[in-house]
Design a protein. Structure first.
Length: 130
């Protein structure tokens, strides 16, 4: 992400994402992993955007990452905290602070989190959950 930002500007990831989704035949698209308001504003140039922040303590997020088990996950709590500092330096805290909705993920199951997100999206779209 940081290399792309140096090469293509602060909205690089959003621009690359837009290239991938512009041709999709869908009126509703979910983008995960927003890191800054610059990215949000890039998306808002093309569409109506609802920004939902999902917040949890560092300990909870580290536990969830370890459970996820991806190759690029931090190997230690110290590495995780360094990663957090990098993400804060690019503006993720501003995106969280300016989100349209915020969900706590401190004690949710994945099903509970999905249900909360679906409720928010349905409310935003003016629809009733099935």
């Amino acid at each position: 992400m940081r290399r792309l930002r140096v090469e293509m500007g602060e909205a690089a990831v959003a621009k690359l994402t837009l290239e991938q989704i512009v041709g999709l035949d869908s009126q509703k698209i979910v983008v995960d992993g927003i890191r800054s308001m610059v990215e949000v504003e890039e998306f808002r140039k093309r569409a109506e955007v609802l920004l939902v922040a999902i917040h949890a303590s560092p300990k909870r997020r580290y536990t969830l990452l370890k459970e996820r088990g991806r190759k690029d996950d931090p190997l230690s709590l110290e590495m995780f905290l360094e990663r957090d500092k990098r993400e804060l330096s690019v503006g993720v805290s501003n995106a969280i602070a300016l989100a349209d909705e915020v969900i706590s993920n401190e004690h949710n199951s994945s099903g509970g989190l999905s249900s909360q997100i679906a409720d928010i999206v349905n409310r935003w779209l003016g629809t009733v959950a099935p």
